[in-house]
Design a protein around this ligand. Structure first.
Ligand SMILES: *Cc1c(COP(=O)(O)O)cnc(C)c1O
Length: 387
């Protein structure tokens, strides 16, 4: 099919939920993609921070195909080797006690939110169920995670939302006002991705951790986007030197296959027991085999390289005419420009560069394996577009 045919079918049959760029991606190598018409693009988006090794990575493909040669799905009625390998790897790398596997970021968060309520219910009984989330957060599209998402624009159409969720500003004064004796958890993103790539203040996050520990409120860190090497650490909370009770992740964890994970630390270890949560596809063997490949390759050495690339990108972005303010952490960067973010994204696409937008900012989340040549090519397109 050529692009016109694909677009036409999508417009007739696809749910009208997406506003898409006028491109159908068909293949590529690393951070260089090709569309159905043979046009090439430098990829600064990685499928929304998913393709950590870009596309067509040989080692990653081998891990996936070798699992496909064995069994593609088993269900959680049985044990499963790639799942076992991945849970051990994640726990050894992070110090987590246990892991639950889901299929997406929203589901990983759904698990964490349910676990927080279950933890509190088992220990304190009814009524201590309030979840405090931050304004301008994004936690997913299921009703519970959408409720936790602190952006009014998401809170139309789907009333009634889940009760017992409240939103605070990202400062302790506001947290103290909103949280109370009925609060079981606070959920944060270390860098708010969808609302503009805005890192939280380090002192705030550390004080929040102390506050939560003092009141036995579980601290949930949503690392769906920031996790899996994106910020130059395996998980972004490491930059903040905190120890959360629950950590969720998804996007990049399996390098392009759907997988989510909820990590249970310390006292949250037994928050969920048999029968209290589940998933048919969660922890699928192919996705887990892919994730074992991803996580085991995100070595300290690899992460240092990511930090180096990130510093390079950030410095170059700051130096571009027309760039106003650069925010973010590691390979998760956002900036405002003299031109609108939407216009920048459209013009970049025409010239062969894929970038994302988030709340009026241009967002850059390239594959972690992007080469210097690819970064330079992308930057030179940005320079042209911004001038
Ligand atoms: C993308 C994202 C989600 C939702 O993940 P899905 O896989 O789309 O369900 C949740 N939280 C954060 C921080 C995200 O960036």
């Amino acid at each position: 099919m050529d692009f016109g045919q694909i677009k036409n079918i999508d417009e007739i049959y696809g749910a009208e939920t997406f506003s898409r760029f006028p491109v159908a991606l068909a293949g590529g190598k690393g951070a260089t993609l090709v569309d159905t018409e043979g046009k090439e693009y430098i990829d600064f988006g990685a499928g929304i921070a998913v393709n950590v090794f870009g596309v067509n990575d040989e080692e990653w493909k081998k891990a996936v195909v070798s699992q496909l040669d064995k069994i593609q799905h088993a269900s959680n009625l049985y044990y499963c080797e790639p799942q076992a390998e991945l849970m051990r790897l994640l726990c050894e790398r992070t110090g987590a006690k246990r892991v639950f596997f889901a299929n997406s970021g929203a589901e990983a968060n759904e698990c964490a939110l349910k676990a927080a309520r279950a933890y509190s219910y088992k220990k304190y009984g009814e009524g201590r169920h309030k979840i405090v989330a931050l304004k301008n957060s994004f936690h997913g599209r299921t009703l519970f995670t959408l409720t936790a998402t602190g952006q009014d624009s998401f809170h139309t159409l789907f009333d009634p939302f889940v009760s017992g969720v409240d939103w605070a500003e990202a400062n302790m004064k506001s947290i103290r006002q909103v949280a109370g004796a009925d609060t079981c958890a606070v959920i944060i993103e270390c860098v708010q991705g969808e609302s503009g790539v805005i890192p939280l203040d380090k002192d705030f996050v550390r004080e929040l951790e102390r506050y939560c520990k003092g009141k036995d409120i579980l601290l949930i860190v949503d690392e769906v986007q920031t996790g899996n090497g994106r910020t130059g650490k395996l998980y972004a909370y490491e930059h903040f030197k905190i120890s959360p009770d629950l950590v969720t992740t998804a996007k990049g964890i399996a390098g392009g296959l759907p997988l989510g994970a909820c990590l249970f630390f310390g006292k949250a270890e037994h928050a969920l027991s048999r029968g209290e949560h589940g998933s048919t596809f969660g922890g699928n063997p192919v996705c887990c085999a892919a994730a074992v490949n991803v996580i085991s390759r995100l070595s300290e050495e690899f992460l240092l390289e990511v930090q180096g690339k990130a510093e390079y990108l950030r410095a170059k972005l700051k130096g571009l005419d027309g760039v106003q303010e650069v925010t973010g952490m590691g390979m998760m960067l956002g900036f405002t420009a003299d031109k609108s973010a939407g216009e920048v994204a459209r013009k970049c696409l025409e010239k062969g560069l894929l970038v994302l937008t988030a709340h009026g900012r241009v967002r850059i989340v390239p594959p972690l394996t992007i080469t210097k040549r690819e970064m330079d090519e992308g930057l030179s397109i940005l320079k042209e577009v911004l001038k």
